[in-house]
Design a binder for this molecule. Sequence first.
Ligand SMILES: NC(=O)c1ccc[n+]([C@@H]2O[C@H](COP(=O)([O-])OP(=O)(O)OC[C@H]3O[C@@H](n4cnc5c(N)ncnc54)[C@H](O)[C@@H]3O)[C@@H](O)[C@H]2O)c1
Length: 334
Amino acid sequence: MKVILTGCAGFIGFHLTKKYLDMNFTVIGVDNLNNYYSKKLKKDRLKQLLKHKKNKNFIFCKTSIDNYKSLKKIFIKYKPRIVINLAAQAGVRHSLKKPLDYVKSNLVGFSNILILSKEFNIKHLIYASTSSVYGNSTKNILTESDNVDHPIQFYAATKRSNELMAHAFSSLYKLPTTGLRFFTVYGPWGRPDMALFLFTKNILNKKPIHVFNNGNHIRDFTYVDDIIDGIYKITKKNFINKTKNNDPSESFCPFRILNIGNNKPVPLMKYIKVLESELGIKSNKIYKPLQKGDIKKTNASIKKIKNLYKYNPNTEIKKGIKSFVNWYRKYYSV
Ligand SMILES: NC(=O)c1ccc[n+]([C@@H]2O[C@H](COP(=O)([O-])OP(=O)(O)OC[C@H]3O[C@@H](n4cnc5c(N)ncnc54)[C@H](O)[C@@H]3O)[C@@H](O)[C@H]2O)c1
């Protein structure tokens, strides 16, 4: 199996590339190594991939997906069967300051991915969406068929746009597409702008941690290995179109949206407690109000992905946080 995987030097992309190499796939990894966060961390992830025992099956292309010409050259040269698009400008808070970064990677970049996937007759385009599309939903459990027309920040708006753009291509050209709504992914080699990383760093440096929404957030934290297992199962199966008229996340065309979460929401304060116990240090907390654009509670319905792909997340937060902390301590020699 030959795949183009964009965002391969990113957190999820790195783990997914490793899994594909373990399973004998050929991976054409694309990433522009931008400086949204530590370039060194991205390069170190790449170094790990280049050390993999199947490293001959990994080809890295330093390219921006918003550069149509150079992306096209990669499609021409490698003729992939499947495309996984994880490259994006991520992060809710950055989108309040720099919305144009999201236009470039998430809108222009994703348009290029769609156009080339159509042009090269890709068998399945799998791309990252986000739980943030659910906005201020007050529902206890978030389901793919929920109305998601009211994003509360620009990052979510661009990701929701990706879903709509994909629908147009699935409908017009019968391009099979699956959009994955990720729910707060965490684990080793994680993202420095996300809560677990920031908390760990500050606690170890004896600095206070900022707890937004006065600690009342609830998140469906999902361990990265569970996510990778889910994406791998989706990649392995051919796209089968099962039309369900009452579900707008399915369609008459080969289009699908799937939540990929844990379905075990955890209060942020409990998450912090588990982290403190793993670090053996009590944190000094500064409570802050809800940040603009932040969602208060997430809890994924994972019925659909379970039924279709036997997705079965089973990592408890205690175990997941432990493996993150072990990695962090080793990587930063703390
Ligand atoms: N981690 C999460 O909890 C989470 C939650 C919801 C959605 N997502 C989505 O999942 C995907 C992967 O997330 P992640 O946490 O691994 O983020 P990440 O920032 O670690 O990875 C994204 C990678 O894409 C690269 N990139 C960004 N713009 C690019 C461009 N224009 N061209 C080429 N490469 C580019 C970056 O350099 C980075 O290495 C993203 O699309 C993100 O929006 C992640």
